[in-house]
Design a protein around this ligand. Structure first.
Ligand code: NAP
Length: 307
């Protein structure tokens, strides 16, 4: 068994299933993919459902040119479905015959299900984020004032839509490329028109340029939840995306990165409540599994698999 498989391997079942009697029938596809923790959590999910003797979950590295061909080959091999990560989430949306409402809204999906009726697509990143906040902090998104760093990236867009759809109290979009934040703000604005609220759409939904430190500091004084959905922190040498002095003990900080980062370290030192992205990874994975198998796996076993 290999750490990950390539497009060439998908044309040989004997390579995919070498040295095992359990056939690969689920996968995560990305480029690069070797670092993905999805096989650890999804293998635990399969165990929790008593299915570990019937199917395996593997990593597949496909570049953009081979994505559609790879998906076609997985269907041919009788795969049930796959998770999709960077850089294929938009391509997966384009390939799906039908999507859930959230995937259709974001126009990017992370889950494909191969069915006799065609390829079904789902975005479980947004719902996974909502479930993670509820699980980690016992809080509902609709009660929160939220600021998202990297709001217009792939994960940031899914999280922003999820917060908007849940009717959060306030949403502040921060993105390095400011124009992308403004574009997203326009798309999200219909969710913030609510005649029953005293504050209007313009107060509840705003964009801030990442380098407008003054406006960022002002906004942070009033928010409950800070989400880092930017890629800052991916490299161990990355500095925190926020100056430490802007983080308050009243803040909740959710960093989508699943390893420890400077942001998490500094936020803890400032007295904030902090979570890394592992709960979101687990929740989105559990929701994907439920789409494929029809039952939610035990997330505590998925969490234990990462310990
Ligand atoms: P992406 O689509 O490439 O978006 C990257 C975002 O980061 C964009 O907003 C980008 O801004 C911003 N960015 C990149 N470098 C920056 C810098 N030096 N300064 C300021 N902003 C910068 O990537 P993605 O798929 O959304 O992934 C983003 C993060 O989310 C990754 O760390 C990934 O591991 C994490 N993630 C976690 C989960 C989970 O389940 N925990 C799921 C999905 C993703 P521009 O728009 O200006 O380029």
């Amino acid at each position: 068994m290999s750490d990950y498989y390539t497009i060439a391997d998908l044309f040989h079942r004997d390579i995919l299933d070498a040295n095992t009697l359990v056939p690969a029938r689920l996968a995560v596809i990305g480029h690069p993919i070797a670092h993905s923790k999805s096989p650890q959590i999804q293998t635990a999910a399969l165990k929790s459902l008593g299915l570990e003797e019937t199917m395996r979950y593997i990593r597949i590295d496909l570049d953009i040119d081979n994505f559609a061909r790879g998906i076609e080959q997985l269907r041919h091999l009788g795969f049930i479905g796959c998770n999709v990560t960077i850089p294929h989430k938009q391509a997966a949306y384009a390939l799906a015959d039908k999507c859930d409402a959230f995937g259709d809204t974001v126009k990017a999906i992370n889950t494909l299900h191969f069915t006799p009726q065609g390829i079904m697509g789902y975005n479980t990143d947004g719902p996974g984020f909502i479930a993670a906040i509820r699980q980690e902090f016992s809080l509902d998104i609709q009660d929160l004032k939220i600021l998202i760093l990297g709001a217009a990236g792939g994960a940031g867009t899914a999280i922003s839509y999820a917060c908007a759809r849940q009717g959060c109290e306030q949403l502040i979009l921060v993105n390095r490329t400011y124009e992308k934040a403004l574009k997203l703000q326009k798309l999200l604005s219909p969710y913030f028109i609510d005649e029953n609220r005293l504050s209007g759409a313009s107060d509840r939904l705003q964009s801030i340029a990442w380098d407008d430190t003054k406006q960022l500091a002002n906004a942070l004084r009033d928010v409950d939840l800070i989400v880092n959905a930017s890629s800052i922190g991916m490299s161990p040498v990355d500095a925190s995306p926020l100056p430490s002095r802007m983080i308050l003990p009243t803040h909740i900080v959710f960093d989508t990165l699943t390893h420890n980062t400077k942001l998490q370290e500094e936020a803890l030192q400032r007295g904030a409540r902090v979570s890394n992205g592992t709960p979101m990874l687990i929740q989105q994975g559990a929701l994907s599994m439920a789409h494929w198998i029809g039952t939610l796996p035990d997330t505590s076993l998925m969490k234990a698999a990462l310990a």
